[in-house]
Design a protein around this ligand. Structure first.
Ligand SMILES: [Zn+2]
Length: 188
């Protein structure tokens, strides 16, 4: 399943992307650590042994994302959920299975692509890691990595589909920038 397919399934056409909605649209439930103990009969100790931030597991043949609602800030949590959705979508989740190093990197790339679509950011004329972080709701460090990719990317077929899907958002983003720039000119 491609990032475009997930946007289409979840009706996502603007930033910031809600990773819980994206997961839900493809049949992946997201639960908080405090809820897993009751729902899935797991102890908090067992949960923390898996990860301090989040992990995914299979229950009745369906992948579930668990996220620590008390770890780090909301931006980091959004990335964790998107990363775990990557594991689910890319087939890294199964009984007693732990993702390997290559799968961790693939899940990170998936999360960056889902939350910070390079094609949309470039069409919006985003020109700093700070702006990337603000529009996408991701941390400055994640945005820094993504920003260098914005500068060096070429568009593929899927990027064009994503741009069409986000066209209303891109227009608004550009208009907002023009107004902003005009105001700066007036007052400078
Ligand atoms: Zn992972």
């Amino acid at each position: 399943m491609s990032i475009y397919d997930i946007y289409a399934a979840a009706g996502i056409s603007s930033l910031p992307v809600n990773p819980i909605e994206a997961a839900s649209a493809v049949g992946v439930k997201t639960v908080k650590y405090s809820d897993i103990c009751g729902i899935y009969c797991r102890s908090m100790e067992e949960i923390y042994r898996e990860s301090r931030f989040g992990f995914s597991f299979e229950e009745h043949g369906k992948p579930v994302i668990a996220v620590n609602e008390n770890a780090c800030g909301v931006r980091r949590r959004r990335f964790t959920i998107a990363h775990e959705l990557g594991h689910c979508v890319l087939g890294h989740v199964g009984k007693g299975r732990k993702p390997n190093g290559a799968e961790e990197r693939a899940a990170d790339s998936f999360a960056a692509a889902l939350l910070a679509p390079v094609s949309v950011l470039r069409m919006c004329g985003v020109n700093s890691p700070e702006e990337t972080a603000r529009l996408c709701g991701i941390t400055i460090s994640a945005a820094g990595i993504r920003f260098s990719e914005i500068m060096h990317s070429c568009f593929g077929e899927e990027d064009l589909l994503i741009i069409m899907r986000f066209s209303g958002y891109i227009d608004k983003c550009l208009q907002c920038k023009n107004v902003h720039n005009r105001q700066i000119n007036i007052f400078s």
